[in-house]
Design a binder for this molecule. Sequence first.
Ligand SMILES: [Zn+2]
Length: 380
Amino acid sequence: MATFNNTTWKKYQEAVGDRIKALEETMIAKTANELSHDLTMSSEMWARKRLERTQVIAQLYRTEIRRARDEILAITEEGLRYSARVATDNMQVDDVPIMRVRASMETELTALWSRAINDYRMTVQRVALDSRGLFDAITTAIREKSDDGYVVYQGGRKVSFKSYMEMSVRTEMQNNALTNMEKSAVASGVELFIASSHSDSADDHAEYQGKYYLADGVVWRDEFARLDMHPTAKYLSDAKAAGFLTRPNCRHYVMPVTTPQAMASPNGDAMRKRLGMPNEDAERAKYKALEKQRHNERQIRKYKSRVINDEITLANITDPDTKTAAMAQLRADKAKVAEWQRVQRAHIKDSGLKRQYIREKPGVIVEDLGARLSIKRSGV
Ligand SMILES: [Zn+2]
């Protein structure tokens, strides 16, 4: 029976995720740089100049996305072929689902540049119409992009570029691999699957992880009662219907096991260890504390970079009313930095974790943006 290799699978997922992240960061930097040009002009002039550049920007985005698209597609195809080979025990690889996923990703990535340019145009128009003052509005627009990543619209809902791509790419890759694997296992007489267990499991997936599940069509026998199973979701399809394995960004997966193997390890621990699957229930509390620390770090970084932006904005303002508003904003953001630093101190004390100051500094993107705006300022 084929074994599904956790390490290799993760490698493909991470490679796709990393490339998408790099594309996202490039797009944010390019957009922010474009918007920060000519900040000294009147808002009308600024908007006119920016819109004149639209064709150039479109080309810029298109080139960037094309380059990333080819790399992302290559990684994805390799990952899908790998999983199909494993699932079918090297017997036969079905090309149709692989090409379908590839084609849908290609369309998605190709459509991105036109959405990006549309978003750029809308930002310019919004800034031009905004009555709060040019610099304030631009700062807000850039801030939205820095916090959230590049924004795309999906059914009226605003989602960050990164989560949008992760959702559509990872979910499709994962579901495809899982379905192929399950089908081939059931065809070779497998009755049971065992699920992975991750310390960073989503809260509502925690009760499903690490359990044994029956393949569809298997008739219940008393011996199954000895196995560690979910109280109500005994069949894999029950767990899937509840979102386990099927939800976007879910990293859980199952592996087929023979019934005698399962009976020899009823609680599943030894079995998962033997299969090299993550088995991290005990690590979960530690992970939760670390997750909270990371959250606090993100908040500190966010408000620190806002303070940087506020200071740059303030240096560029001459209008007294706008200046008063900008100073109030700066004070509010500084207070937020102090507030989150307090939260972090208390959490570090409670959890016994080590504070990592380097992670509380504003990120590379924001530094790039700050550097760019600093150059503008010195040129004024
Ligand atoms: Zn999950």
